[in-house]
Every structure is written in structure tokens, then in C-alpha cells.
Design a binder for this molecule. Structure first.
Ligand SMILES: Nc1ncnc2c1ncn2[C@@H]1O[C@H](COP(=O)(O)OP(=O)(O)OP(=O)(O)O)[C@@H](O)[C@H]1O
Ligand SMILES: [Mg+2]
Length: 285
């Protein structure tokens, strides 16, 4: 993964490790938390005969935002789906390697998928509220998981999730209206409220703002910055400015491989591979 020659040929920023641990970033953001959330080792994935992920080693840290960038078709969404086994739902998928949380492989046959998807939630590119009320969009999953009992407890949880998602003030007087009656940006925050209502550890976001206007995008970016105090966020973006603004760490994917994984500032100011540099500066992709 790491090309020593390229590394040697560049000015090394202070503190950069020359021999990073497999999967660890080359440079650590001193302000970021380094407790391990998800450890991925030698992950490979095939759709039939087409290998979409190749030998991926990466450590994802708790309560950080990690951005996945790279050209279309390089495997970002596929990788994201490996983290909560959403690829299981696709026919013909084969996976090898390990995706560990607390030392346990999520692909282990004994792993409870429902429990896993509670721990690792997902927000999609296109806001997709359930065809239910705003209230029910948030209350449904916690009820299914037996996280709430009395109605008052449920009300409290709905208010907290909507507040944390930055939506409460806009919807508190119309909780019984359909989730789909909200604007696109509000619907995306409703989907975030729905994801955080079950108190996951990790939230996966696949291009969460690409269907939104600039103001809603800025709102979601601010929200990600707040949410990372409580949750680990792994997000995909095609917007380099967004990665630079929101992410503590950035992984650059290319043709199914992680070419470079680094502290975001380092990646954007002094990438150590030519491919990442070309991509970031817009010469590729
Ligand atoms: N459901 C699927 N069945 C078969 N092949 C798939 C499937 N989903 C993705 N692929 C293939 O896997 C590769 C990686 O696709 P993936 O969607 O992960 O890329 P991506 O980096 O998310 O791209 P984009 O930026 O366009 O969203 C591509 O070659 C794609 O054609
Ligand atoms: Mg994708």
C-alpha cells in the first residue's frame, strides 16, 4: 500500500511514521481520538467474478469523522456496506478477510446481524424517510429494539434524537405529519435522527449531502462535527472541500484498494502518493 520511494522522495512532515502499523494512518491527528472502533484486515470482496475490494487494511477510530474519497466505481460504497454487512443482501457477493469490532469479526456466522446494524447505522445519499409520521420515523426502531417502554420515555427519546439531529425546533409542532412532507435537507436530518435514535456506535453515511442544496449541506456538515462527540462517523464524499472540512481522517480509494490513508490535513496538504495527489488536485477522476 505504501510506496517507500514516494515517501522518501518527499519532504516528510514532522512526526510522520515511516512504517505505519498496517491499516493505521501514516500521520496521526493529535487532536483526534485514537481508540479503535473498527479494524479491517485483508478485506477482499467479489461481485461474482469482479473483485471490488482488494486487501484492505484500515483502522477506524472512535468518535472521529473518517472520509472515504476516490473516483466513481472504486469501491467506497461497497466498503461502507462491509462494515454492517449490508452486502449480504446482494446476491453473488463473496467476502474474505476480517472486519472486527471489539475483536469480533462481523462476518462471523454467530454475529447477530440485527444487533450489528443497530451498532452500525446507515444514512443514504437520498433521504429515505419511512412513509410514516415524523414521530414514528424516529420512534419505530427503538421500539423494535425494546429500548423504550412507556410513551413518555418514547417521547423523550424522539425529542432527544431530533434535537441532536438539529431538527427539533423545525418539527416540534408537527410531529404527526408525514416525514416525507419535509424538505430534502430536513428529511436527511430526520434520517440522521432515525439512525441515532437506537444509540449506534458507528454511523455510515454514503454521500449524505450530494442531493442537498448548499445551505442544507452546511447544516449537515455542522451536525457531523457535533455528532462525532458521541458517534464514530464514516462518510463517503465526492466533494474534496467537504472532506477537508469535516473529516479527521481520509482514505483514498482507487480500483478497489486503499491507496492512501492519512490525517485529513496531511492528506490534503502533503499526500504521499502521486495518485492521491492527482485525485485531490483534480487531475484525475
Ligand atoms: N450490486 C452490485 N452488483 C455487482 N457489482 C457491483 C454492485 N455494486 C457495485 N458493484 C461494482 O463494484 C465496484 C465498486 O462499486 P461501488 O458502488 O462500491 O463504487 P463507489 O466508489 O461507491 O462509486 P460511486 O462514487 O460512483 O458511488 C464497481 O465496479 C461496481 O460496478
Ligand atoms: Mg458509491
Amino acid at each position: 500500500m505504501l510506496n517507500e520511494q514516494t515517501v522518501e522522495s518527499r519532504d516528510k512532515p514532522h512526526g510522520v511514521q515511516r512504517q505505519p502499523a498496517p491499516g493505521g494512518p501514516v500521520s496521526r491527528n493529535e487532536k483526534a481520538n485514537h481508540e479503535l472502533s473498527i479494524r479491517v484486515r485483508d478485506l477482499n470482496l467479489w461481485y461474482g467474478d469482479n473483485q471490488a475490494l482488494k486487501n484492505i487494511d484500515i483502522d477506524i477510530y472512535q468518535r472521529n469523522v473518517t472520509a472515504l474519497i476516490g473516483p466513481s466505481g472504486c469501491g467506497k460504497s461497497t466498503f461502507l456496506r462491509c462494515l454492517n454487512r449490508m452486502n449480504d443482501l446482494i446476491k453473488g457477493v463473496r467476502v474474505s478477510g476480517r472486519v472486527e469490532m471489539d475483536g469480533r469479526d462481523v462476518n462471523d456466522a454467530r454475529m447477530d446481524e440485527v444487533a450489528l446494524r443497530r451498532r452500525v447505522g446507515m444514512v443514504f445519499q437520498k433521504p429515505n424517510p419511512f412513509p410514516k409520521s415524523i414521530y414514528e420515523n424516529v420512534a419505530y426502531a427503538p421500539r423494535m429494539h425494546d429500548l423504550v417502554g412507556r410513551k413518555a420515555e418514547q417521547d423523550e427519546l424522539v425529542e432527544r434524537a431530533l434535537t441532536d439531529a438539529g431538527l427539533w425546533n423545525e418539527v416540534k409542532d408537527k410531529l404527526q405529519q408525514p416525514g416525507t412532507s419535509l424538505s430534502g435537507g430536513q428529511q436527511q436530518r430526520l434520517c440522521i435522527a432515525r439512525a441515532i435514535a437506537v444509540q449506534p456506535e458507528v454511523i455510515l453515511m454514503d454521500e449524505p449531502t450530494s442531493a442537498l442544496d448548499p445551505i442544507s449541506t452546511a447544516t449537515i456538515e455542522d451536525l457531523m462535527d457535533k455528532l462525532k462527540q458521541q458517534f464514530t462517523i464514516v462518510t463517503v464524499t465526492h466533494n474534496m472541500q467537504q472532506a477537508a472540512r469535516v473529516a479527521d481522517y481520509t482514505a483514498f480509494f482507487h480500483l478497489g484498494e486503499v491507496i492512501e490513508y492519512n490525517d485529513t490535513q496531511m492528506m490534503f496538504s502533503n499526500p504521499y502518493t502521486k495518485k492521491a495527489e492527482d485525485y485531490i488536485t483534480g487531475r484525475y477522476g
